[in-house]
Design a protein around this ligand. Structure first.
Ligand code: HEC
Ligand code: HEC
Length: 379
């Protein structure tokens, strides 16, 4: 007999059961079993030592074009070449991208900015104000409750700053658009109870989110959940299978083109990058992302999803079912972090046991393939 318990009034079985009003039936077959433990470190340190060659330096100074946003980042390369890269605490450092040391914020402060299709003009000042997210396209979404548009100072940054006013989110955080209200409330309760943690303590955004989960009051959480669950998700990420990716640095917790004009092998990794870095840094919630994924990973991911019956709980279209969250079209970096956090038990919320069978035997290649496939779907 499966263990049973109570989650906020809803009965659930330890393996399969009922979440909220939704009956979850047991999957008839399980994932192909290949133990990952010994192979988990294979990507670790792969990125080290790439910038040390002297010809890189020479190249950089020749190529620099100050007026070009990307080149400003490239300009900073000599600085971080001197700094050691922080060692990753996970075997999938690409999913928990850590800022490359020494990169300075190339953003232009104290000058007016605008974005295409908006009448709004904003002059940003340092330090960045996480209680004042820009809302370039207020016509795209309903009126935001205060907790989303300005947060509560001090202690709860505006949800709309990181997740964007339309909730579509960025690779280093998560999309909240259209997630079930009950699911959002449960996740915030898990953070508050210390049950949702990141496997990479150096990942600043996830650490910030934990603090927000702890500090937000139940009333604030309900308002935010009402808002984000009412929104309609839109296609936000273009998935491209490729053998090679532009050489990148991590700035603002996401991969950006280093402006070197050179490529490197993708390996068993996913690189999620803004379509337009400048607009993304202006937090334009109409400007989405490209995810470079290994060749064949989308089809492999689809096979794994079918074999593991992920659709039983996440819905036929993987757009969610009752209180179970949708996965279609969401950030592959976010999906990969969650699969790993669930697998190693750093995410162990009240509903996490329902994911135990699905994640227990996943190898890193499986996590890459599942993330690639799920993010390629229309939300
Ligand atoms: C400082 C940036 C930041 C702010 C501000 C922020 N979040 Fe988050 N949020 C994150 C990050 C980062 C994650 C993903 C954590 C991870 O990958 O482990 C996240 C994830 C979430 C999730 C989980 C989504 C899922 O699919 O499980 C929820 C729910 C959430 N945030 C709600 C909120 C609410 C509500 C607010 C405002 C009260 C808020 N967040 C404000 C950074 C932020
Ligand atoms: C028995 C039901 C069930 C099955 C089968 C299942 N899931 Fe889940 N999944 C859940 C529930 C419930 C959650 C929320 C977990 C929590 O709250 O910690 C979840 C969460 C997730 C998350 C995190 C989503 C987020 O927004 O943070 C991902 C990613 C995920 N599942 C992927 C999968 C994949 C891939 C499969 C198949 C390999 C799968 N799930 C199979 C029930 C299931």
């Amino acid at each position: 007999m499966p263990e049973t318990g109570n989650i906020s009034g809803a009965r659930y079985d330890n393996i399969l059961g009922t979440v909220g009003n939704t009956r979850l039936t047991k999957a008839s077959s399980s994932m192909p079993i290949r133990c990952c433990r010994s192979g988990c470190n294979r990507d670790r340190g792969k990125r080290k030592g790439r910038w040390w060659e002297p010809d890189d330096m020479t190249m950089l100074f020749i190529r620099k074009k100050l007026h070009h946003f990307y080149s400003v980042i490239a300009m900073m390369l000599p600085l971080f070449c001197l700094a050691a890269e922080a060692p990753s605490n996970t075997p999938l450092p690409w999913a928990y991208a850590l800022n490359t040391p020494g990169i300075e914020d190339p953003f232009e402060y104290n000058v007016p900015h605008t974005v295409p299709g908006s009448d709004v003009e904003i002059t940003f000042t340092l330090p960045r104000n996480l209680y004042a997210p820009p809302d370039w396209h207020s016509e795209d979404h309903p009126a935001m409750p205060a907790i989303v548009s300005v947060g509560r100072n001090p202690g709860v940054f505006a949800c709309g700053y990181c997740h964007l006013p339309n909730g579509q989110g960025r690779p280093e955080n998560a999309s909240l658009t259209g997630l079930p209200r009950e699911y959002i409330i449960q996740q915030m309760a898990d953070w508050r109870a210390g049950l949702r943690n990141t496997s990479e303590p150096l990942h600043g955004p996830a650490t910030n989110m934990r603090a927000i989960g702890v500090n937000a009051t139940p009333a604030e959480v309900e308002m935010a959940a009402d808002y984000f669950s009412s929104l309609q998700p839109k296609k936000w990420i273009t998935v491209i299978e490729t053998n090679s990716v532009p050489e990148t640095v991590v700035a603002g917790w996401m991969y950006v083109d280093a402006g070197m004009g050179r490529n490197e092998a993708i390996g068993n990794r996913i690189f999620e990058m803004p379509v337009d870095l400048e607009l993304t840094e202006l937090r334009d919630d109409r400007s989405g992302f490209i995810a470079y994924v290994p060749p064949g990973s989308v089809a492999t991911g689809e096979r794994l999803v079918t074999a593991a019956n992920c659709r039983t709980c996440h819905g036929e279209e993987l757009r969610g079912l009752g209180p179970v969250p949708g996965l279609a079209g969401r950030s592959p970096s976010y999906i990969a972090r969650q699969l790993y956090d669930l697998q190693v038990g750093n995410r162990r919320g009240l509903w996490s046991p329902l994911m135990q069978d699905a994640v227990s035997d996943l190898e890193l290649e499986d996590i890459v393939a599942l993330s690639a496939y799920l993010s390629s779907l229309d939300p």
